[in-house]
Design a protein around this ligand. Structure first.
Ligand code: BEZ
Length: 261
């Protein structure tokens, strides 16, 4: 999950237990990305932004030797609680020692890279971490992802006299933007897709906002956060709520496979 470092935007904070309860859909969708990775037994794989370790565990079940990496301590803890190896680090500052011992066969990432806006640092760190011939297979939010949610969150802060856009922690690039950064780092980009994936959110809009909108909430005093979220949820409800009350958000995915020559 989220990045740290010198980024001036307020940091998103995570609650691994709440994430496990409300956000199982994130890993459910990530299984298609695992198929792109095509793990071979015995491969050394780094799961970048491993979250609570759901997909890290699936990589291990497919025979890989896995290391989960996440910027958030509670997510690292949750991954370790599954008996998996995990360490706390930002994807924008991957530790040099990860490239020791010949490097990883693959770096995998699902729904995490959009929390790491310095994509050049991410690409350089992943490149360094891989062995020659190693692959970087990932999916993230792409251009236009959760556009309606993003606007409602920003507008709600702007109405309060704050700079909503400055609180926005997300990086949702186009194919051209991300692919050229990967190439600049030295990768050969074998495939890169951008596609809409409307995503049902069983826990509801309010729970989604409480989990993922922490950087926006951080600009407000505690007692103004609830009313702000109510207002944002009311703004969004007409566009994302079906007559039966179920909620679907306007996700757009950027998925790629790149190889270190
Ligand atoms: C995503 O997976 O696209 C996403 C999740 C939370 C906030 C923003 C984007």
């Amino acid at each position: 999950m989220g990045a740290g470092g010198a980024d001036p935007r307020p940091a998103q904070s995570w609650d691994a237990a709440r994430y496990a309860r409300d956000c199982g859909f994130v890993a459910d969708h990530g299984r298609a990305v695992l198929d792109w990775l095509d793990v071979q037994a015995g491969e050394r794989i780094l799961d970048l932004g491993c979250g609570d370790g759901t997909l890290t565990a699936e990589l291990a079940a497919r025979g890989a030797q896995v290391l989960g990496v996440d910027a958030d301590a509670s997510m690292v803890e949750a991954t370790r609680a599954r008996g998996l190896e995990a360490r706390q680090a930002s994807g924008e500052a991957l530790p040099l020692e990860l490239s020791y011992n010949g490097g990883f066969d693959a770096v995998f990432s699902n729904a995490a890279l959009h929390w790491m806006p310095d994509a050049d640092l991410v690409a350089a760190g992943v490149y360094r971490t891989l062995r020659p011939g190693g692959r970087f297979v990932a999916e993230m939010g792409g251009q236009g992802n959760v556009e309606a949610v993003r606007h409602a969150l920003i507008d709600g802060l702007d109405r309060r006299g704050l700079d909503g856009a400055a609180a926005d922690p997300w990086f949702f690039p186009s194919i051209g933007d991300y692919a050229s950064r990967l190439e600049q780092a030295g990768f050969r980009v074998e495939a890169c897709l951008l596609f809409p994936r409307p995503t049902p959110v069983a826990a509801g809009l309010r729970a989604w906002l409480e989990t993922f909108a922490g950087s926006f909430l951080a600009l407000l005093p505690e007692d103004e956060r609830g009313p702000y979220l109510d207002e944002v949820a009311a703004d969004l409800a007409p566009t994302c709520t079906a007559p039966d009350g179920s909620v679907t958000l306007d996700y757009v995915r950027l998925r790629f496979r790149a190889v270190k020559p």
